[in-house]
Design a protein around this ligand. Structure first.
Ligand code: ADP
Length: 212
């Protein structure tokens, strides 16, 4: 008889900056611990020593990168992340929670910057070989609400410094992704109170847990 553990679940968090991902990560951490789910928490770009260096480059306001270079860097970091962190965690039966994943590339480089979705899809197929999140929580809210919440919080990174029409296109690209792949997306109206959003998150995590 095989003693292989069942594969873990792959959960990703997405949304425009200021949508509340960081706020809800600690809730997810507590919820999973409370339900005895072993989980690895990670982020993109990043998650490995190489990935974190690429993250610094991608987010630094000093970086000048072409659209393709930026997209390729995101996928270079992702490949290392999948090989070193994501696949090993899932294979060992742990859940893997990533603050951003490929939907961010579709949203920021695709929607925001105008890289054709087909080009991103080609890299996705190459690097992920069919790997997809089991659940993607999309924190969705109007730009003005996100901007208001972020105001004065800290120095803005290269993406946060973009004009509001950029962020509007990012939001729209996310919603398009969610519409195209409704089986894995949960779109959460994040203009509501933290408690209301967390009720929804708990419901979605509960469903995912049941499918284990
Ligand atoms: P992100 O990680 O998605 O950029 P954060 O979690 O840092 O967003 O949230 C941005 C700011 O908005 C923080 O100051 C946070 O406390 C606040 N915030 C997050 N969610 C809500 C909410 N539902 N209602 C009011 N304020 C919120």
């Amino acid at each position: 008889m095989s003693d292989a553990k069942p594969r873990g679940r792959f959960l990703t968090l997405e949304g425009i900056d200021g949508a509340g991902k960081s706020t809800h990560l600690s809730f997810i951490r507590d919820w999973l611990a409370h339900h005895d789910v072993q989980a690895v928490f990670t982020r993109e770009p990043g998650g490995t020593p190489l990935g974190e260096k690429i993250r610094e480059l991608l987010l630094s306001p000093d970086t000048r990168a072409s659209l393709d270079a930026e997209t390729l860097l995101a996928f270079a970091a992702r490949q290392q992340h999948i090989a070193d962190v994501i696949e090993p965690a899932l294979a060992s039966g742990q859940w893997l929670v990533s603050d951003r994943f490929t939907d961010s590339t579709y949203a920021f480089q695709g929607g925001g910057r105008g890289v054709p979705f087909e080009r991103i899809r080609a890299l996705e197929e190459w690097v992920q070989r069919g790997l997809q999140p089991d659940l993607t929580l999309l924190f969705d809210l109007p730009l003005e609400v996100a901007a208001e919440r972020m105001s004065g919080s800290r120095v803005l990174d290269r993406f946060e410094q973009e004009a509001s029409d950029f962020h509007q296109r990012v939001r729209e690209a996310y919603l398009k992704r969610a519409e195209a792949e409704p089986h894995r997306f949960a779109v959460l109206d994040s203009s509501r109170s933290i408690a209301a959003i967390q009720d929804d998150i708990a419901r979605h995590l509960g469903k995912l847990l049941e499918t284990r």
